[in-house]
Design a protein around this ligand. Structure first.
Ligand code: MRU
Length: 342
């Protein structure tokens, strides 16, 4: 299984909208189809959409046939803008596009730009896999033999270049011989927990129990859940974390019940330009995601619906932010500055 693959003249993407019922891979030769695949959730997850955008931009560069350098650069900047507008919250997307834009700005030979963009897109992918493995190792010390660990959404191989962030820490703990069981929250409305995390873990025979989002407090209060670990879409300078809608509620419940709440993310998720979580743009998605479950209508026609896709968990609820470059314990006291320096 892979999430995104570069083929030289095309990009293959696992269609996550069809999981867990069907495992279908689509191959695209045009960048606009790749931008659509981010917009329409065929591929999703903060690191994964950054990688996908980088590959889409590299592919566009190969296909643009313009003689002048200025015309080529103008067209490439337009392509970058299209990817920038696909989704607003995950900062990995903008970090990856920024890397591609630097090459477009700095180089002055079209063929050199094409080659460098391809190399950079592959670097974005490979660095992400390496970062996940490293942060997994860094964070596994927080998980003890016998723990039941709750997670929300999908911060696994499917959301990244591979291995995963929150699930990467769990994978690392398992590889050290610890006996870990995962409680996966279903993650309404888009069901990334039920459809993706439960699928990803069960196909690897990692013990996973699916619960609805509203059950987390019960299983915390009754002592079943020992730790919580989630991924992130953007981490502000003060340690506030934007992640999938519902994360904040779990974090408050964890604090109330004396349960450690961890965030695992590569440093590409850190946003040095955002001071606090209040400044993070929260994506509002279509009402049909709430009104329907897998095509079945569950709400009355025309009822008012809101669908914020993310929420912000203030740093005070977070025991540690785990990255490949190190860990910030108790981020409310120090922010994430030390991770940006190294
Ligand atoms: O809307 P999605 O599925 O793209 O959501 C992003 C996420 O996968 C999660 O918020 C995740 O916890 C962080 S990405 C590893």
């Amino acid at each position: 299984m892979f999430t995104i693959k570069w083929n030289g003249d095309s990009v293959t993407i696992l269609d996550q909208r069809l999981l867990p019922v069907k495992e279908v891979y689509n191959t695209y030769r045009h960048y606009s189809d790749i931008a659509d695949s981010i917009r329409n959730m065929e591929t999703r997850g903060a690191p994964a959409i950054g990688i996908t955008a980088a590959m889409g931009i590299a592919l566009a560069a190969k296909n643009i046939e313009l003689v002048s350098l200025d015309g080529f650069k103008e067209e490439m900047n337009r392509v970058c803008d299209i990817f920038t507008a696909t989704r607003p919250t995950a900062v990995n997307l903008f970090a990856a596009i920024g890397r591609m834009k630097n090459i477009i700005q700095q180089e002055n030979d079209i063929n050199a730009i094409r080659q460098l963009l391809e190399k950079e897109a592959l670097a974005v992918l490979n660095e992400d896999v390496e970062a996940n493995k490293a942060l997994g190792k860094n964070g596994s010390k927080y998980l003890s033999d016998g723990d039941v660990v709750m997670t929300h959404c999908n911060a696994g191989a499917l959301a990244t270049g591979g291995y995963g962030t929150a699930l990467g820490v769990i994978r690392a703990a398992l590889s050290e011989g610890k006996n870990i069981q995962v409680y996966a929250c279903e993650t309404r409305p888009y069901l990334q927990g039920a459809r993706l995390t439960a699928w990803e873990l069960s196909r690897e025979k990692i013990p996973v129990t699916l619960i609805t989002d509203s059950m987390s407090g019960h299983f915390m209060r009754t002592g079943i859940i020992k730790k919580v670990i989630v991924g992130a879409d953007r981490i502000a300078l003060n340690g506030d974390v934007a992640n999938k809608i519902g994360t904040y509620s779990h974090a408050v419940l964890a604090k109330e019940n004396g349960i450690q709440f961890y965030v695992a993310a590569p440093t590409s998720t850190l946003d040095p330009n955002t001071k606090t979580g209040d400044a993070i743009v929260i994506e509002e998605r279509g009402v049909e995601e709430v009104a329907y479950i897998m095509g079945v209508q569950i709400a009355p026609e025309g009822v008012s619906i809101r669908n914020p896709a993310f929420d912000v968990t203030p740093a005070k609820y977070i025991a540690a932010i785990i990255t490949e470059k190190g860990i910030v314990d108790n981020p409310a006291t120090q922010g994430i500055g030390k991770l940006l320096k190294s």
